[in-house]
Write a protein that binds this ligand. Structure first.
Ligand SMILES: [Zn+2]
Length: 325
């Protein structure tokens, strides 16, 4: 999903939210998407227990990674995965993240594309059911290009200032990736069992080049075949103190753009002669009129519910009254 890619440094509200809130966030999104997904807590080892390190050591590794989502995000931001239109160079990022999954005992596979260093990463946490379709968490690891002159900090350092983290991709969407992956690692470390397989796809090209998730689906469908996909779009919204979690939203539909083709006819003549029906002038008047036009606001059932939920959740009474009004 393409988002608003502003050149200014992005901040991510997620790091200010504690670990339990991340877990709640993922659970809330999951429950909204797949009603029957069961998450059962158990003292038994996680279902995903491949060979390698002893289970206790794997759980310690997963707990450490899951305990530190901010550290994970800083590490993700340190990889330069800019996408200039042909996908990002994501191999180093994918190799590091694969090592995190490996340490947690979760199988993970790097999927190369025909382009050098432009790779996908797929991890899979095995579920208990043999019939329920997997849940796919999709998070792209490429980021939009950086205009260095607009940055006051190194865009690939993950600088934390006054409780906010700065870095290209903090908002779109390494922050969400760090939140969901660290929450899953914590669940695995704690011995949680999921009914469905959970597939975590960290892809290398958000719709810009030729080898993104569409290419992956065409060439590796068996690795992606899922009953539900969750990806970016919702928000963790904080109270006005910027730290207390307020609401976790799930996007149903992004705003979409609307293209218009404008045509104007006029008398063809030498451009030194001002003619009242000059086509360019007619066209410019039309463009200005469209620019001045404000479309009426329509509240749909979904947007009404959204504002109601915001009003219920906020601790700012003035804002609550404004929203309800
Ligand atoms: Zn995005």
């Amino acid at each position: 999903m393409t988002q608003d890619h502003t050149p200014a440094p992005t901040t991510d509200p997620a790091p200010a939210v504690n670990r339990r809130t991340f877990v709640t966030g993922v659970a809330a999104l999951t429950a909204a998407g797949v009603g029957t997904t069961a998450l059962a807590r158990s003292s038994a080892p996680a279902t995903a227990s491949p060979a390698g390190a002893p289970a206790a050591a794997r759980r310690t590794a997963a707990a450490n990674a899951g305990d530190d989502p901010v550290g994970m995000l800083k590490k993700m931001l340190s990889f330069d995965t800019q996408n200039f239109g042909q996908g990002g160079k994501t191999r180093a990022h994918a190799e590091w993240l694969k090592s995190v999954w490996d340490a947690a005992g979760v199988p993970a596979e790097i999927i190369p594309t025909p382009q050098p260093d432009n790779v996908h990463l797929i991890a899979r946490i095995k579920g208990t059911s043999t019939t329920a379709k997997p849940l796919l968490l999709l998070g792209h690891s490429d980021v939009v290009p950086v205009e260095r002159e607009n940055w006051s900090v190194d865009p690939f350092a993950g600088t934390v200032k006054k409780g906010e983290i700065y870095g290209r991709g903090a908002l779109d969407m390494k922050g969400a990736n760090a939140a969901s992956i660290s929450a899953l690692l914590r669940h695995v470390a704690e011995g949680a069992k999921f009914e469905r397989d959970i597939i975590i796809l960290t892809d290398c090209d958000e719709e810009a080049g030729s080898y993104g998730s569409g290419w992956l689906a065409e060439n590796h469908w068996d690795k992606l075949d899922a009953g539900m996909v969750l990806t970016e779009g919702g928000w963790f919204i904080a109270q006005s103190d910027k730290t207390t979690p307020m609401l976790i939203s799930v996007t149903r539909q992004d705003k979409v753009y609307f293209n218009l083709d404008l045509y104007a006819d006029g008398t063809a003549t030498h451009s030194s002669k001002p003619i009242p029906d000059n086509a360019i002038v007619s066209l410019s008047r039309a463009v200005a009129a469209i620019g001045d036009d404000l479309a009426p606001v329509h509240l749909t059932k979904v947007t009404r519910e959204y504002f109601e939920a915001l009003a219920d959740a906020t601790d700012d009474r003035r804002w609550e009254r404004a929203i309800r009004g």
